[in-house]
Write a protein that binds this ligand. Structure first.
Ligand SMILES: [Zn+2]
Length: 264
């Protein structure tokens, strides 16, 4: 009798324990899903803040939202001493998806986390260095699979009439460039084999012109090297396509062939 009661006691104990484990796991999963889910007001946030999204057809808008959701399910967006809200998460994901929207099966497989800093930071991630001037960065070495963005710059990139700059687009352009193994301004997955040489030639010629003139409608930071050139002109292409087409038709044409975004 005593043994039977003992057994029942053990069985009840196991049941309670199993329930607790299930409850904790379930809560964790729920929290994880909630963090990964598309913000409930995503449609409104996209409509109010993302020009690229607004130019899409209704069908493409639905596809864009699905891809933003998928991006957020695989990439955590975390604030470092700064709040991260639904708008920040929507903007980061939008910057990412804009670039690869023409490729339905593409995903970024070289990023796990985006860290948001309140404002500019220095190359050694200090937010107090008086010389800090970095708005965004794609990590290397220990920071592999990480991206850092200034929250202030992220917000400004999407606000109001564009100045042709977009920090999120800039950093995701670096990731696309990096996807073939070399961040060298030649995004091989976006180029046909016979375009590699003309692209490299065009990049070198334009950088040379920028350096010679000391001024350009292309951000002079793009003349730093080929990788920065690609990131800077990608911003320009997505933010002010008409102006780029007018000022640099050849460059515009090559970027159009790389990204072929839907044009309304
Ligand atoms: Zn850069």
């Amino acid at each position: 009798m005593l043994l039977k009661e003992y057994r029942m006691f053990i069985a009840a104990g196991i049941l309670v324990l199993a329930n607790i484990i299930w409850y904790v796991r379930n809560r964790r999963q729920q929290k994880k899903n909630a963090a990964a889910a598309l913000p409930p007001n995503a449609t409104q946030l996209l409509t109010e803040n993302v020009r690229f999204y607004n130019k899409l057809s209704d069908k493409d808008k639905a596809l864009f939202e699905a891809r933003v959701k998928d991006f957020l399910a695989h990439t955590s967006i975390r604030g470092v001493e700064v709040e991260v809200d639904d708008l920040d998460r929507t903007l980061v994901a939008s910057g990412a998806i804009m670039l690869i929207f023409a490729f339905p099966d593409w995903k970024y497989n070289n990023i796990s986390e985006v860290l948001l800093y309140n404002d500019t930071f220095s190359r050694d991630f200090s937010t107090e260095d008086p010389e800090r001037n970095v708005l965004g960065m794609v990590g290397d070495g220990a920071m592999h699979r990480e991206m850092i963005l200034s929250k202030k710059s992220l917000r400004e990139s999407f606000k109001g009439p564009t100045d042709g700059e977009n920090t999120a687009v800039h950093e995701f352009a670096h990731l696309l460039d990096k996807a073939d193994g070399a961040t060298d301004g030649v995004p091989e997955y976006l180029l046909q084999k016979d375009q590699l040489q003309p692209w490299t030639q065009l990049v070198h010629n334009t950088i040379r012109q920028m350096a010679q003139n000391g001024r350009s409608d292309i951000d002079l930071y793009g003349a730093t090297n080929e990788a920065e050139f690609f990131a800077v002109v990608t911003e320009y292409f997505f933010e002010r396509p008409e102006k780029l087409k007018e000022s640099h038709p050849e460059l515009y044409q090559m970027l159009e062939e790389m990204f072929h975004p839907p044009r309304s």
